[in-house]
Ligand binder design. Structure first.
Ligand code: GDD
Ligand code: MG
Length: 351
């Protein structure tokens, strides 16, 4: 049985102004009828899974609970973080919780804000990963890279594990390399992007974390020591967790371990990291435009236009992102949308 852990504590600031502190990306319906969190859990249907464990900021507890209720996930568990300390601690809290609920379960760690177009391929990869995680390995899911993205982890494929299926030992894991390095990796053909999903036994993760980041391990152990379960949520000890160092699982464990393997995943994966990546994966009209809401366009091509509360019209506009919400409008060149987070930073600095 798989124990799904859904990390839902990110900020999604590059999708401003739709994604906000109070309603970040993972709780939005960015493509389709379901929110990204709901779609993440829906993707597990048909796999042998226990109820999902969601981990998010306590600010979002009612949003998360309500969204789970809407998809009839009533026996879920939600761990609340008083503050985000990134993914290494988040997974540790989940692993400590999981070992209390089941006997050293296999954790399938998922990001709550990804899109996967072909779910059957995803599930096939998860089934392969299950076999490997049962052997005590840390499984990553590798995406064939198509550009020298610097916001991803890169995984070098080493020897093939066995003839049964395509999985490889990880030769090297490099989180967020510099542009020149990412270009070399891309050109070599030996690297995958890290999808940000993982599978391992709870005890294996905790043991590795204890080895490489005993400070994070100890803070999370303490934070889970005096858990205060209220009716619907698992609340950790605030002071202990506030003292926990901030680090991602990628730097804290994956770059350091020698027990990692990679299962390739060719399933139409996207982490919808920016408005242009949402344009990439969305159906387009004949002029290559993606329109959401009440949008009218004349002689306009290659745009992403979202109108939340009023009609938006474009004339002679090319390769541009326009996002209209009730209190803010973004107009950005489509090839510069990575910098949207600078807008959020400036807004925060001015607060
Ligand atoms: N609960 C919780 N607490 N969740 C968190 C926290 C936290 O403090 N920080 C981030 N998350 C969640 C986010 O919501 C997201 O679902 C996931 O964890 C990954 O965090 P990101 O902040 O989006 O990471 P990233 O995009 O910089 O990098 C990761 O994902 C890439 C692929 O999308 C890494 O794993 C990279 O190696 C990977 O390529
Ligand atoms: Mg991300």
């Amino acid at each position: 049985m798989i124990f799904p852990v859904v990390m839902a504590g990110g900020t999604g600031s590059r999708l401003w102004p739709l994604s906000r502190d109070l309603m970040p990306k993972q709780f939005l319906k960015l493509n389709g009828q379901q929110t990204m969190l709901q779609a993440t859990i829906g993707r597990l249907e048909g796999l042998d899974c226990s109820a999902p464990l969601v981990i998010c900021n306590e600010e979002h507890r009612f949003i998360a609970a309500e969204q789970l209720r809407q998809i009839h996930q009533l026996d879920h568990n939600i761990i609340l973080e008083p503050v985000g300390r990134n993914t290494a601690p988040a997974i540790a809290l989940a692993a400590f919780t999981a070992v209390k609920k089941a006997q050293d379960p296999l954790l399938l760690v998922l990001a709550a804000d990804h899109v996967i177009a072909q779910n059957d391929y995803f599930q096939t990869a998860v089934r392969q990963a299950t076999v490997l995680a049962e052997q005590g390995l840390l499984v990553t899911f590798g995406i064939v890279p198509v550009s020298p993205e610097t916001g991803y982890g890169y995984i070098r494929r080493a020897s093939k594990l066995n003839e049964q299926f395509s999985a490889y030992k990880v030769g090297q894991f490099v989180e967020k390399p510099k542009r020149e390095v990412a270009e070399q990796y891309l050109a070599s053909g030996d690297y995958y992007w890290n999808s940000g999903m993982f599978m391992f036994r709870a005890s294996v993760y905790l043991q590795q974390l204890k080895q490489f980041r005993p400070d994070i391990y100890a803070a999370c152990e303490l934070a889970m020591g005096e858990v205060n379960p209220d009716l619907d949520f698992i609340r950790v000890n605030s002071d202990a967790f506030l003292a926990c160092p901030d680090d991602s699982v990628d730097y804290a464990v994956m770059e350091k371990t020698d027990a990692a393997v990679v299962v390739p995943l060719d399933a139409g994966w996207s982490d919808v990291g920016s408005w242009s990546s949402l344009w990439d994966i969305s159906p387009k009209d004949l002029q290559d435009n993606v329109h959401q809401g009440d949008v009218l366009s004349v002689n306009s091509t290659g745009n992403f236009v979202l109108a939340e509360t009023c009609l938006v019209a474009t004339v002679g506009l090319e390769n541009t992102v326009v996002v209209q919400t009730k209190d803010a409008v973004l107009v950005a060149a489509k090839d510069q949308v990575q910098n949207v987070k600078a807008v959020v930073q400036q807004l925060k600095a001015a607060e």
